[in-house]
Structures are given as structure tokens and as C-alpha cells.
Design a binder for this molecule. Structure first.
Ligand SMILES: N[C@@H](CCC(=O)N[C@@H](CS)C(=O)NCC(=O)O)C(=O)O
Length: 213
């Protein structure tokens, strides 16, 4: 049995962790539990992650949460020479960190996740039409910055695919599923990277289960 486990499936955030494992060709054990199925509230899972959230990485006695932190840890630990995560103490690493923070905050937490909560899960989080409208406008404004950056390149950092592209593509797919109309450049970028064999095998695994209602 592998000492490396990834808990969680069915969402864009869990996809990030599986996708990086597949990029690195890692032998790991997927523990495919879904969100809002009750599986994040079992005693076993709460002992791992009292936040009751997925994804979670377990590597021996290390437990790590937060999808971007998991992606970076995997690249640092198991892919030092792959360039999937730029080397520490470099300008490329600083730019990589910047993009991952931007994607998590501006394209995920403040915008798409607001729609998730206050448009799709109103029975749990309540209605907030003004917040929903601001989230839509905010996403469109911020994603335009990614669009500008990708003028003449297929990569956010340097000249190769990195964990930052993985983070952005997983988020763009989420946006498309929510009905956002992305620019031709962002669609082409997203399609290019979603053609990677590691994306396809990881997505097949990740979406082999469903989230709860
Ligand atoms: N910032 C965290 C967010 C994690 C998160 O909110 N996960 C959701 C699913 S995408 C979850 O586990 N929800 C718990 C539940 O609904 O049961 C990350 O990027 O990993």
C-alpha cells in the first residue's frame, strides 16, 4: 500500500491534487470521498482534517490541506527536476506563488465559490443577489488579466507547463461549467492543457464519483 494518499474527488479542487500526482507518475492511493456526502464529517476524516474539506494529502506522517499547497508540495518533493514547480528562491518561483495566490483568491474564493454558495447552494448559505452579481463581474475582470498575460504564450510562468497552469485550467473548467464565456485565447489555452494525458487520466478518476446534492 502506498504511503501517499489523496482524499477527495468530484470537484475542481480535488482534481488539482490528482492531476499533479498524474503529471508526476506517482504511485498513490486515491481515497475518493465527495463533498456534501457526509464523508468529510466522519470521525476518521475529521481526525485528518478538522476543516472537513477536501482535498487532503497524506504522505507518511505529513497531512496537508489546501489544493495549491498540495500541488506545490508534490512538485517540490517528487518532481524537482521536472520544472512543474519552479525552484525555490527564484524569480520564477515568486511569479508561480503570485499566480497561485491570485487564482485561489480572485478566481476561486472571492468569485466562483461565492456563486457556488449563494447561487447554487442557497438552501445552505442563503440568497445574496448583490454578492452574486459582484462575483460574476469580479471574475470577468480578474480573468481578463490572465488572458492578457497569455498573449503570445501558453504558460503563466516561464516557457513550460507548471502547477500554476494546472491551477488556472482547473478553475477555468469550473467557470465554463458555471456558464462564463471565456475569451478565445483562454479557451485555446485551456483546451491545450486539458489534452495532456495526465489531465485526462486524473479527470477520469476524479469525476468517477459525484458530489452530494
Ligand atoms: N481552499 C480550499 C477549499 C477546499 C474546499 O472548500 N473544498 C470543498 C469541496 S471543493 C469541500 O471540501 N467542502 C466540504 C463539504 O462540502 O463537505 C482548497 O483549495 O483546497
Amino acid at each position: 500500500m502506498s504511503q501517499l494518499k489523496i482524499w477527495g474527488g468530484a470537484t475542481s479542487r480535488t482534481l488539482r491534487a490528482h492531476w499533479m500526482c498524474h503529471e508526476l507518475g506517482l504511485d498513490y492511493e486515491p481515497k475518493l470521498i465527495g463533498s456534501r456526502t457526509g464523508e468529510t464529517q466522519t470521525a476518521e476524516f475529521r481526525a485528518l482534517n478538522p476543516k472537513e474539506k477536501i482535498p487532503v494529502l497524506v504522505d507518511g506522517d505529513l497531512v496537508l490541506t489546501e489544493s495549491a499547497a498540495i500541488v506545490t508540495y508534490l512538485g517540490d518533493t517528487y518532481g524537482r527536476d521536472t520544472g512543474l514547480v519552479p525552484q525555490p528562491y527564484t524569480r520564477e518561483r515568486a511569479q508561480y506563488n503570485q499566480w497561485n495566490s491570485f487564482i485561489q483568491m480572485e478566481l476561486d474564493a472571492h468569485t466562483l465559490y461565492v456563486l457556488r454558495k449563494h447561487r447554487d447552494l442557497t438552501q445552505l448559505y442563503g440568497e445574496a443577489p448583490a454578492a452574486v452579481q459582484h462575483a460574476i463581474d469580479g471574475f470577468n475582470k480578474q480573468v481578463a488579466v490572465a488572458d492578457m498575460t497569455l498573449q503570445g504564450t501558453n504558460f503563466l510562468v516561464g516557457d513550460q507547463f507548471t502547477g500554476a497552469d494546472l491551477m488556472l485550467c482547473s478553475t477555468l473548467a469550473w467557470a465554463i461549467a458555471y456558464g462564463f464565456d471565456l475569451s478565445p485565447r483562454l479557451n485555446a489555452y485551456n483546451d491545450l492543457h486539458r489534452n495532456r494525458p495526465a489531465f485526462r487520466s486524473a479527470a477520469e478518476l476524479n469525476f468517477s464519483i459525484s458530489a452530494g446534492a
